[in-house]
Design a protein around this ligand. Structure first.
Ligand SMILES: [Zn+2]
Length: 141
């Protein structure tokens, strides 16, 4: 896919997959990637492996974002409200926030529903498309 991530280092748009780190001692997974010291209070490790996180998960919580969220979100300009989803990743068990995919509203979301990671264009400028990760509900058969 053409384009580059709006924020460098959070995801690989060619997979697409979120990029995190895993502590080499206690195997705790961090997103955004932790590279200085392990945040597990019982672990003193300072070494991490770079890992691609699960591309699917289940909806843990969701809301209509009526305010501008903090980084790493880069808002569209002008800001438009969107559904924001907290997703528990299948393998890691950690919760990652993200916008819902284009056209997805809170009416399309349900706690416990399965979603997959996709990449969409947040905006385009002279340098090309700027990409963000988003969550799209998986249609159950
Ligand atoms: Zn650790």
């Amino acid at each position: 896919m053409a384009g580059v991530p709006v924020v460098e280092g959070f995801f690989d748009p060619s997979v697409p997959a979120l990029l995190g780190t895993r502590c080499t001692e206690c195997a705790t997974v961090f997103f955004p990637a932790e590279r200085s010291w392990c945040r597990n209070p019982r672990c003193e490790s300072t070494t991490f492996d770079e890992v691609e996180l699960s591309r699917e998960g289940t909806v843990w919580s969701f809301t209509d974002a009526q305010y501008q969220p903090p980084p790493p979100y880069v808002p569209a300009d002008p800001y438009v409200p969107f559904a924001i989803v907290a997703v528990e990743l299948a393998a890691e068990g950690i919760v990652v926030l993200g916008q819902a995919a284009d056209g997805v509203t809170v009416a399309d979301l349900a706690v416990g529903g399965r979603v997959k990671l996709i990449t969409e264009t947040l905006y385009s400028d002279d340098d090309g498309d700027k990409l963000v990760w988003r969550w799209r509900p998986i249609k159950e058969a």
